[in-house]
Design a protein around this ligand. Structure first.
Ligand code: FPP
Length: 230
């Protein structure tokens, strides 16, 4: 019997293995990140075509700053280029682009470009593309709680949901991690309470439309109970 194909509303990706992908080709790590950006574009388009409504990506964590300056600089350059080229196109394609994490640690010119894109696409009704930059799940929760305290609001599940960087988004139905690693690494800690986890052995730069289909097929097999007996 043919399995029913269930399309997740929200898929969140932990993009891992860029460095190893490059090393296998005797190339510098930053080349792996460059090809990682190409994979990111392929995955966004494939998800959009498949009917996924929201996608999230862990692009730069609060911990990544301890990497060599050369690698961080290359990553920041890629973010700026991605903002100027791709994100700008997404705005025109009716995608909504948003960010999670504290953008203040990014270079001023990049931060301004990202904020402009988020503002310009805020009313768009297509797929939501949510990118984590200087993002950490614990940091996000602490910021959200402090925001509620400052606003003198009671801390409840509902109020916290609305104070997080992901306010208004659905929780991820699936969290995907590439490169065979099986860790959450401080990604969407609050939002992942009932997410399904899918681990793919391929390195991130090898992700494409076929990988997205594999993820959807795997998700379709899962029975979600949200803690209840069914
Ligand atoms: C993990 O691979 C990947 C990252 C730390 C960065 C992910 C970033 C991108 C795909 C590109 C930049 C993003 C945008 C939005 C333009 P790793 O370096 O930890 O790989 P390894 O575990 O094999 O060393």
């Amino acid at each position: 019997m043919q399995e029913e194909r269930k399309i997740p509303t929200h898929i969140a990706f932990i993009m891992d293995g860029n460095g190893r992908w490059a090393k296998r080709r005797l190339m510098p790590r930053k080349f792996g990140h460059k090809m990682g950006v190409e994979a990111l574009k392929r995955v966004i388009d494939a998800c959009e075509k498949a009917g996924v409504k929201e996608v999230s990506f862990y692009a730069l964590s609060t911990e990544n700053w301890s990497r060599p300056k050369d690698e961080i600089d290359a990553l920041l350059d890629m973010v700026k280029k991605f903002a100027d080229d791709e994100l700008q196109k997404y705005v025109e394609k009716n995608y909504r682009v948003r960010f999670m994490g504290e953008l203040h640690r990014l270079p001023e010119v990049t931060r301004t470009a990202l904020e402009k894109i988020a503002r310009a696409s805020a009313g768009n009704t297509g797929i939501v593309v949510n990118i984590g930059l200087n993002y950490g799940g614990r940091d996000e929760i602490v910021r959200a709680v402090n925001k509620l305290i400052e606003e003198k609001k009671p801390v409840t599940v509902e109020s916290l949901n609305l104070a997080l960087d992901t306010a208004g988004m659905n929780d991820p139905d699936v969290i995907v991690r590439s490169a065979g690693e099986k860790r959450l690494s401080n990604f969407m800690l609050w939002q992942s309470a009932y997410s399904e986890f899918v681990y793919i052995d391929d390195f991130w730069p090898d992700f494409d439309a076929a990988t997205v289909e594999r993820i959807i097929a795997e998700y379709s097999k899962r029975q979600r109970r949200f803690g209840a007996l069914q």
